[in-house]
Ligand binder design. Sequence first.
Ligand SMILES: *Cc1c(COP(=O)(O)O)cnc(C)c1O
Length: 347
Amino acid sequence: MTLPDPPEPTLRLKIDDAALAGNWQSLDRLSGTAAAGAAVKADCYGLGVDACVPVLRDAGCRQFFVAHWSEVACVARHVPGDQIAVLHGPLTAADAAFARAIGAVPVINSLHQAQVWQGSGGGWCHLMVDTGMNRLGMHLSELSDPVVQALTIDTLMSHLASADEDSPLNAQQLGDLRAAALLIPHRRMSLANSAGIALGPDYAFDLTRPGLALYGGVPRAGLAEHIRQVAIPEAAIIQCRSLSQGDTVGYNATFTAPGPMRVGTVSLGYADGYLRSWGGVGSLVHNGRRLPLIGRVSMDMVVVDLAHAPDLHEGDWLEVPYSLAHAAQQSPLSQYELLTVLGQRLK
Ligand SMILES: *Cc1c(COP(=O)(O)O)cnc(C)c1O
């Protein structure tokens, strides 16, 4: 049985392809002699692999990072498997067998993972050394182990803990990665995430791994002039209403109309990643006019005050202000969370 196509949705996520491509090109340029890769884990930070990876590929990106093995297939529809690195690495023989079958390259994070990979037949891999995150990655003292020395390492990498701050940890981690490079053969080196790119050429090595800034995030002020907004959520008004003085709006009646007013119910809620923390502080925008939220955010709806937009009706689209650095200042969420919470119904 063929099901009919659904009618036009009442919410959508606009992706500015030119901004995404431009952000990658800016980060690639800021990486100096290093090439910029792209962190595309978590469905491109919530924006959608199918929407973003082809744009990054066509802009010139040749190295893509995911976290899970389950994320590989979707990315491999757009780029060759050997350009996909899996950050969590192979925990089991099944992971290693999958890597071989699909041609993705594991990041080896521990002696156990080195054994799993070598046990499956070995071959090109990346190696994560821990220089201060204490999350994943091998300790420098483990690099002399024969099973590690036997690895065929493409990129020797580490990850910065505090690149978005002027922390002494940055230089210490840089020094530790340089020390690791003397202990183990490798083809390339990589350290910088988005914020790390702004720390300058010492941190760039051969390959940088921006994620957040590709998608419009600004983790260090120095990047602001190079990064454009990519994700623009939009939602339609699905009903307009007139309130009388004393009427209340939404769950727990947290808003009471001070007088007669016209309001609009909008098809966007916390199930879409527009979390309840926006209640009382958030607003939606139409042609530069700010329409404040009133009452609580519901699962599928919010209500806005239409006092400054008497011309708006059912079916008109409103923009969700989502310039990440600014939105994060107004919200308890980080720029990373603002992206990754965006819900499936937007896509
Ligand atoms: C997520 C991730 C990145 C990208 O970090 P951003 O701060 O988003 O630029 C780079 N490297 C590793 C190992 C990561 O896990």
